[in-house]
Design a protein around this ligand. Sequence first.
Ligand code: ADP
Length: 496
Amino acid sequence: MDKLNILIVASEVVPFAKSGGLADVAGALPKALRALGHDVRVVMPRYYVVDKQKYALKPLEGSLGVPMGSLGEEWGSVLQSVLPQSDVPVYFIEHEGFFGRPGLYDEEGKGYEDNDRRFIFFSKAAMQLAKKLRFRPDVIHANDWHTAALPVLLNTTYAFDPDFAYTGSLLSIHNLEHQGRFPKSAMDALGIGWEHFNVNELEEYDGVNLLKGGIVHADAINAVSKKYAQEIRTREFGWGFEELIEQKAYKLHGILNGVDYEEWSPAVDSLIAQQFDIDDLSGKAVCKKALQQRFTLPQRSDVPVIGLVSRLAEQKGIGLLAEAIWKIMELDVQIVLLGAGEKWAEHFFSDVASKYPEKFGVYIGYENALSHQIEAGSGLFLMPSLFEPCGLNQIYSLRYGTLPIVRATGGLDDTIENYNAKDKSGTGFKFYDATSQALTATVKWAVHTWYEEKDDFEQLRDNAMRQRFDWKVAAEEYVSLYRSIIRGRRKQEEQI
Ligand code: ADP
């Protein structure tokens, strides 16, 4: 079983639809697995935002019947394309009623009320699709709550289905905060029998928790960094699941995400004003100027620009930043912020920009090109997260020679090495306490280093740009995890 059949099921995949880091992973990991010689297939929903023309989606013949428990059968259809620059097939589950909407999960910040049915349907459709394609997965790789029903289905509805006789399951946790909590009527759509509605499987406070079911039933679970895999076993980061995860620690792993350097390298990035690389940073100065222009900030080459690209959610430490911002504005710095999310934060940071038009630039919205331009044009990059399962922007920042200022949590702690003035080692600036004081002090430290310790700053930039977080490494770790899952599954099957 050298070559594995791997079915990756995710609610969002770059470049087709994205709201966060999950999409980056689901778009890049399959390509890296393919490059290692495995047969990988990706399944995602066909939302309205998926551009049929641009990605040349072709219909797969026939329709897809999906049994939805006592709700009866739902019919969907399937479209097909490939991940760009690869031959990895991507299948899009089309269902007008469930996915023909403007949002992925919500509209105007309000989650769709039928998200349970939408994603249970999607999970089941992925199973039905595998059968239709006669693709017998060695492993089904589910991601977050949206597809956490898959390990449950594999152990129940499909337990004796010969098409999945030896199929194992992995559930990746990209963010434990979002668990897929629904009224118990979700059991009707799951259609697996009420005996599974108990506190050791799917039940939580008289409702259904899909992620819980996934954690219980998956052959293995993994978090997207080693540190986060440890943190979720504690009360501070466990979101009420710390005991459950502690119990399941025997099957818990931590695999750090990689980065798609074809998309995120200043030497090949076509979205930035001028390309550059470690041997010649002149393009970075051009990018800085263009960025200042875009945000109508004074075009000073001497001032440090601190970039921020983030969902505006509590998780990202925006509350800390809001507290710290007035002290930071006393420094000789410029800040550019790209983000969207919580309304209070959108208003608050827009206000800061109108109070400090020469120091603070803001763009409320989601814009991929601008996120590249901020990485390229900034000198420092801020991520004051309260928790961060992996975090991607700090890793992109390293490659663009933009030194991260981060809170030492989860993937931020695993990927950034703190500046040590003694030997000029490190790749960024870290703080530990989740307080605005710690954040302010660390921003001051980074800004001081920019102005007063220029040699050190340059050395750190050099260290940062030499770092690599290749998907190949992560993919190899996933393959060995898949293999251990498959071995375990076979043993179980042989015992039956
Ligand atoms: P999370 O998944 O928690 O949002 P990650 O750091 O893992 O955080 O991934 C965030 C991804 O989304 C990055 O690729 C980042 O560049 C992108 N992103 C976040 N907000 C925006 C935005 N407003 N505009 C463009 N890209 C954004």
